[in-house]
Structure formats: C-alpha cells, structure tokens
Design a binder for this molecule. Sequence first.
Ligand code: HXC
Length: 256
Amino acid sequence: MKGNVVIVTGGGSGIGKGMAKKFAQEGANVVITGRTLDKLEEAKKEIETFETQVLCLQMDVRDPEAVKKMVEDTKQAFGKIDHLVNNAAGNFICPSEDLSLNGWYSVVDIVLNGTWYCTQTVGKEWIESRHQGSILNISTTYAWMASPGTVHSAAAKAGVLAMTRTLAVEWGKKYGIRLNAIAPGPIAETGAVEKLWPTDKQAEKVLNSIPSKRLGTTEEVANLAYFLLSPAAQYINGECITIDGAQWLNNSSFQL
Ligand code: HXC
C-alpha cells in the first residue's frame, strides 16, 4: 500500500479509525471523513504516528455535493485516489411500527445513499482517469439475517451488499474496478456495540451467541480490509467476507 491513497468514510472512530490506522501503517496516505471535526483531528493524531499523511475532511455522506468536494479535495491533496472504504453508518434501535419516516430516511440515507454517492463519484473519477481502483464496503451479517429493531439498517446494509456484487460485475468487466464487502458481527469498542446492545444483560447474551466467545477487534477487521484492498486479493471481486467468530452460523438446536 506504499504511496497509495485511501479514503475511509466515518474514519474518525471505531472500525473506520482502525482501518485508517492499518492502511497508514502499511504506507498509505489516508483521508478520513466524518461529521465531527474534533473527532477526526483526534483520530489523525493516532494515525499520524506512521509517518504518512492524514487528511481530515468534515463532511456528511448524505450530501452529494459534499461527496464531490471530498473527491476534489483528495485529488488536490494527493493527486489521486486508489481505494475507497465506505464505512460511514448510522443506526438506532426502534420497533419498526414506531419508526418515523425521518428515522427511516436518515439511516437509509447514510448507509445506502451515502455509499452510493461515494461509490459513483469515485468510480466516475477512476473511469475518466482509467485508474483501476478498488472499493470496500462495510456491510454486516444481518444484511442477510433478521435484525429486529433495526429494519432501516438491515435493509440499507442488504442494499450495500447488492451494490457491491452488481458493480463488481459491471465495473469489473468494463473497467477492472474491484468491489468487495466485509460483514462484521459485534466488534468491541464501536458505536454499534454501544448503541445496539447497551445493557450488561444484552451484552452477555450477544457474547454467549458467539462460538469464539469474544467480540471481534477493530484490528482484526482492519487486517481483513487491508488484505481485500491489497494486490494479494486481485482475484477476489464481488465477495463479502464475514468476520463474526461464527456468530451468524450459530443457530443449531443441537448442542454438543
Ligand atoms: C427512534 C430515532 C432515534 C431512536 C433518531 N431517531 N434516533 N427514533 N429511536 N433512538 C429519529 C429522530 O426522531 C428523527 O425522526 C430521525 O430519526 C432523524 O434523527 P436525527 O437525530 O435528526 O438525525 P441525525 O442527526 O441525522 O442522526 C442520524 C442518526 C444518528 C442515525 C439518527 O443516530 C447518528 O448520527 N448516528 C451515527 C453514528 C451511529 O449510529 N453509529 C452506529 C452505527 S452501527 P423524527 O421523525 O423525529 O424527525 C451500525 C451497525 C453495523 O451501523 C452492524 C453491527 C453488527
């Protein structure tokens, strides 16, 4: 990744920050985006220990004009973009029958539309400049499972997975652009864990559902992300790799 330029949306905390750190450690210049500048600046201090450059861009992926500016600013700073990681997400628990229209729109706008705006804008830039970049989308295991209480997020994450597969074929054939996805289960010290399983009782239930008997770490997700973007994964396209300690498979009624 030496000399590569990677954009990580939602790169100021959690998995996003973990991935940006790993890419910097492997020699990439990284662009981290998010809505809160302070958070980005704090993350930058941690990431900059690896002697590559870090650009913080305060923006909201829900705003297509801001996404265009993100691409322009990145090109101005580094001259090119090699990889895009669509990590920015929003979520909250709410019974589906009580979910307001705005609640639905806000999560779908961040997760699905935001991913699309970034993907299309960066993709068009690559197509125009004949650059064979690669994109990594962060989905989740409940993109294909049930997730009671987060129907907005589940529907949006499933859309992100469909987008990944469709464009892997469409842009893979025409332009050599690769798209893959990661489907994390519960990852320690992330907004997802804080928001979705806030009580000790819920946290314990989640822990008991994971055959690996622990939550994943942001470092583990970052290692996988690095692999998928690297030349070692050139032949992997349109794939979604689950990283959840076998949690989603763990629904057998047989107990050994
Ligand atoms: C019911 C809620 C709500 C809640 C917000 N809303 N929180 N409804 N229960 N807990 C409703 C509001 O009432 C409003 O509708 C609408 O949603 C928009 O809310 P705002 O606060 O105005 O939106 P906004 O400021 O844009 O914030 C977006 C957000 C917020 C998604 C609601 O939570 C956010 O910014 N989240 C970012 C961080 C985050 O969620 N990280 C976790 C990602 S975890 P009305 O009708 O009142 O106007 C993840 C899981 C991955 O993605 C998988 C893990 C395994």
